[in-house]
Design a binder for this molecule. Structure first.
Ligand SMILES: C[S@@+](CC[C@H](N)C(=O)[O-])C[C@H]1O[C@@H](n2cnc3c(N)ncnc32)[C@H](O)[C@@H]1O
Length: 197
């Protein structure tokens, strides 16, 4: 049985997903394949990537307006038309994507580590989000995860190893190097790459 509070929260989420669906359709039109960066922050990495891979349609999502503004300024400065920055919570974005849109590559760089044990449920890498990603990933889609945080690296690797739709690629090379804002701050990097099996 749902409490009133739960029902309200679910209704609010459904409304946000619906609004995002409209925004995604407006931004992406007929596009059917995207490269997605979750938590794109200040946009350093995706603008560098999108400039190099100009034939790929790239989408960067983040929760924070000020970071998205900086991302958009970088995009405009470089005149890149293949990148779209959108304000979206990641699970809501994945639920809002139109059925014809598929993910070709997924990047998650320096996600919030939520270091305390009681916070771990807030980490993005959870079985249910890996299922959301797998459901709209093309076969062969790569998921590239990078963090400085040892425990989150272990956690993400374990969740990917446990998940039936993702195959971890030990020792796989990071496909495109460009420092992010947080990489510059934190220096350390630990990667985990997986492929949609
Ligand atoms: C530590 S920052 C890293 C930003 C960037 N990737 C970098 O390396 O500089 C994590 C980013 O993820 C965003 N974020 C956190 N949870 C998110 C979620 N559920 N959906 C979308 N973005 C999220 C935050 O707003 C923040 O900008």
């Amino acid at each position: 049985m749902c409490s009133k509070g739960q029902l309200w929260a679910e209704t609010q989420r459904a409304n946000r997903v619906e609004a995002l669906r409209t925004l995604i359709t407006k931004e992406l039109g007929e596009t059917d394949t995207i490269t997605l960066e979750i938590g794109c922050g200040h946009g350093h990495w995706l603008t560098a990537y999108g400039a190099e891979y100009s034939k790929e349609k790239c989408v960067g999502i983040d929760l924070l307006n000020d970071r998205l503004k900086k991302s958009e300024a970088k995009r405009l400065k470089r005149g890149l038309t293949n990148i779209h920055f959108m304000k979206a919570e990641a699970s809501e974005f994945l639920d809002a994507i139109a059925p014809h849109v598929r993910l070709a590559k997924i990047f998650i760089l320096y996600p919030d580590p939520w270091p305390k044990a009681r916070q771990s449920k807030k980490r993005f890498i959870q079985a249910e989000n890996l299922t959301r990603l797998a459901n709209i990933a093309l076969p062969g889609c790569t998921l590239c995860f990078r963090t400085d945080h040892e425990d989150y690296h272990l956690w993400a690797t374990e969740k990917l190893l446990e998940h039936p739709d993702w195959k971890v690629l030990p020792g796989a090379q990071w496909p495109f190097e460009a420092a992010t804002f947080f990489q510059n701050l934190l220096r350390d990097k630990r990667d985990c790459l997986a492929v949609r099996s």
